[in-house]
Ligand binder design. Sequence first.
Ligand code: TR5
Length: 143
Amino acid sequence: SHRVAIVSSHLSPVMASEKEAALAATPSDSPTIFDKIISKEIPSTVVYEDDKVLAFRDITPQGPVHILLIPKVRDGLTGLSKAEERHIDILGRLLYTAKLVAKQEGLDEGFRIVINDGPQGCQSVYHIHVHLIGGRQMNWPPG
Ligand code: TR5
């Protein structure tokens, strides 16, 4: 079916329209494209890495700087709405690492942090990730 085709396309390196897919995406516990980015099976531009966090450039940047920060181990954290007490440490690390990477990227005038959750939040990849966007003036409210 159409739905199956869209969901399985999450495993391909490039999607025609991530946001169109997001509108149709069903929250899922299945492996995501980010597993292959973590394993380096699919290349990405890594800007920061330690034993727990990977940060790499978004393939469809929404600003001069657009980086995704993800936990290397998903541990059930498909999205923020699935957070449990055991995730408090990794959630803090993702935000603190975003600050380090913002500094590394020279975003001294500010930046935007986004976590999309679920269909209405336009989430398209069900492995929690923090968007770090900067290098241009942001607007409020977001779309
Ligand atoms: O829409 P949400 O918040 O779930 O964010 C998912 C993000 O993953 C989008 O901003 C996409 O542009 C990004 N994305 C998707 C793929 C991808 C990527 N960033 C880097 N490299 C990627 N590869 C290789 N493949 C993707 N499908």
